[in-house]
Design a binder for this molecule. Structure first.
Ligand SMILES: Nc1ncnc2c1ncn2[C@@H]1O[C@H](COP(=O)(O)OP(=O)(O)OP(=O)(O)O)[C@@H](O)[C@H]1O
Length: 313
């Protein structure tokens, strides 16, 4: 089983700490969503794992070894960092063949990954004629080529149509179920919630959260209840008297923020008010994520030591 281990990793570009003392492990058998606002350090971390950049300090290893120590790297880590990387004048098949040869990967894998990514009908077309979504699929095909135990994909759903998004979710799930380490960076929170098991959240190069998706939502989101009643006047008064704030939706359903269904149910029962619908509503990952990174923004907005000092980015 091959994990990615990041220890005390720091990367500075001039005054910018793109990655700042990051320690985390990406484990096999699950899809880890790697989240963070623009400039959080996700791509830099992935580049450091792939040895495309040198850390200022700290280490990043794959299966306990630096990526550069692997003789046939595509068999160790499949990565999609830049879907535009393929040479435009080559056909998709030739692009994959070249990668396969340099990693001693059998030629039959080229046709397998073309098939797996839905590109078989376009295999003989030049890459420069590909749409963004097709290039994205080609990048994923290249990542799968060496049948690697670790996959690292930067925004893989970028440019995919709805059918493509369903496809990539299923693919990521299958890869993790096969015991691989699957790391996926994304800006799309709800999208990530639909396929990730685990989240690692960065802001300004620092680790903000490293925990299962469910725990993330429990920890960072507030409970709320959806309720519908046959006696709005009495229930509204009773809930307000019990200290709850009620938001009334146009469809007759109310939202009670910060409450659980049993509390709202108890208030209604005490008043003898008929309840037609009552449910805890789990806040979405989007809300939880925004709440967390809003904290990161406070940190970011801390006053600099003196107005004339250069601002740390
Ligand atoms: N080669 C570089 N030279 C200078 N600064 C860089 C370089 N690469 C990244 N940075 C800076 O490092 C910080 C982290 O960037 P990075 O691309 O890793 O973030 P990210 O989380 O991947 O963002 P995004 O989601 O926008 O892709 C940013 O402030 C960025 O401007």
């Amino acid at each position: 089983m091959t994990s990615i281990d990041v220890k005390d990793l720091t990367k500075r570009y001039g005054a910018t700490r793109a990655v700042d003392g990051l320690t985390c492990r990406f484990e096999p058998g699950r899809v880890t969503g790697f989240l963070g606002p623009n400039g959080a350090g996700k791509s830099t971390t992935m580049r450091l794992v792939l040895g495309l950049d040198r850390p200022t300090s700290g280490t990043a290893t794959v299966g306990g070894r630096p990526y550069a120590a692997y003789g046939e790297p595509l068999r160790a880590v499949g990565a999609l960092l830049d879907a535009q990387a393929a040479h435009g004048s080559r056909t998709a098949r030739d692009h994959l063949r070249l990668l396969a040869v340099s990693n001693r990967i059998p030629d039959r894998r080229v046709d397998e990954v073309l098939q797996d990514t839905g590109l078989a009908p376009a295999a003989g077309r030049r890459v420069k004629t590909f749409s963004l979504g097709m290039r994205q699929r080609l990048g994923i095909a290249a990542a799968l080529l060496g049948d690697p135990p670790v996959l690292m994909l930067d925004e893989p759903a970028n440019g995919l149509d709805p059918e493509g998004i369903v496809w990539i979710r299923r693919l990521l799930r299958r890869l993790a179920d096969e015991g691989r380490t699957v790391l996926v960076s994304s800006h799309l929170m709800n999208e990530t919630a639909a396929f990730a098991d685990h989240l690692v959240v960065l802001a300004r190069g620092r680790l903000l959260a490293d925990l299962p998706v469910e725990d993330f939502i429990d920890r960072y989101s507030h409970p709320r209840v959806r309720v519908r009643t046959g006696d709005p006047v009495r229930l509204r008064a009773a809930l307000r008297a019990a200290g709850h704030t009620v938001e009334e939706g146009a469809d007759g359903r109310w939202t009670v923020e910060g409450a659980r269904a049993e509390e709202v149910g108890a208030v209604a029962a005490r008043e003898g008010v008929p309840v037609l619908e009552l449910a805890d509503e789990r806040a979405s990952l989007e809300q939880a994520y925004l709440a967390l990174t809003a904290g990161g923004t406070e940190f970011a907005a801390a006053p600099s030591p003196s107005p004339t000092a250069p601002q740390e980015v």
